[in-house]
Design a protein around this ligand. Sequence first.
Ligand SMILES: Nc1ncnc2c1ncn2[C@@H]1O[C@H](COP(=O)(O)OP(=O)(O)OP(=O)(O)O)[C@@H](O)[C@H]1O
Ligand SMILES: Cc1ncc(C[n+]2csc(CCOP(=O)(O)O)c2C)c(N)n1
Ligand SMILES: [Mg+2]
Length: 324
Amino acid sequence: MFTDQPADSIYALGEVKLIHAIGEWLGDVSPPSPTGMGDDCALIDTSQVDRQLLTTDSVSYGRHFDDTVTARAAGEKLIKRNLSDIAAMGGYPGPALLNLLCAPNLRVDWLQEFILGIRQSCTRYQVPIVGGDIGTLPEGQFTASLSQTGYMRSQAILRSGAQAGDTLYVTGTLGGSIYHKHYSFEPRLAEGQWLAQSGQCTAMMDITDGIAKDLNALIPANCAAHIKLPALPLSPDAHRRASATGRSAIEHAFCDGEDYELLLCLRANCKTAEFEASWQQRFPETPLTRIGRLETLTGEARYIDADSKEALPWVKGFEHLTEQ
Ligand SMILES: Nc1ncnc2c1ncn2[C@@H]1O[C@H](COP(=O)(O)OP(=O)(O)OP(=O)(O)O)[C@@H](O)[C@H]1O
Ligand SMILES: Cc1ncc(C[n+]2csc(CCOP(=O)(O)O)c2C)c(N)n1
Ligand SMILES: [Mg+2]
């Protein structure tokens, strides 16, 4: 990824040529100026959009990917983790801005592959890259950050809409993302959009830090989440990880993070059997699993084992700026 040979590095290219090369590598996901790269700002026609979504997320070398992940997969991950946030509102993707912070000894061919990964995901999910910025970091470092727009065609689903009695659901399977899902996941865009227009979904978010941490954001102040542990959809990699660490697969499902699945609540009076059947018809490849229910808070614990009624021990997912 980094090189001692100046001729192979982005330093040899210089900023002007590098920006030109990025435009070439992006190909048809880079619209012409002034809608795209080339002017002081990108000029976007928003006349068809009445509720805009804005989000931003980054990938840093050593933090969000390492040498076991290809440059292409790291580029795809940058787009997909932003789209996972768009999905979590029930939205549709719009244009994005790409900020690159690169060490001067970054290899040009590595960066080209990274941008080709971005192009691949942008083509797939219809995201135009309309501009960005390039900055430098000390040798051996790389961070790319995306500012992503989106828009709603229905009411946006917030984190704050849940109430006592709502049922808790999760898409896909959880745990063990470090083996490959942290970059190979698919953002649940179609699923989020479908949930948003269903009229049954009261709150939603995507799982990046693990439900141990993220679920907190969906539980209203007067509620606790009663979780049916045997119902948790554990991924095969959660079991694999458990064999490697000696901890339980359930703990990995709670704490690993980077599942990029949707965590959501359905209103208390939702006919869940019918709802689950229409989900299965629409998304036969994506499991939707009922994992519990929100109940009025009685004690202090906010995460409760629905069978034993004991407080759950796993309350901390992946957190930045703390010791892991
Ligand atoms: N540096 C910051 N400045 C302003 N707002 C921030 C900053 N960092 C986070 N936020 C805001 O705080 C809220 C919660 O952020 P959080 O990072 O938990 O959400 P997320 O983007 O879904 O998670 P993740 O980054 O793990 O994907 C979001 O609304 C986010 O925009
Ligand atoms: C090399 C490497 N080390 C660790 C991890 C795991 N990891 C990194 S960030 C994160 C939480 C979400 O991040 P954010 O809060 O920035 O959205 C997790 C679970 C990884 N994928 N690669
Ligand atoms: Mg999110």
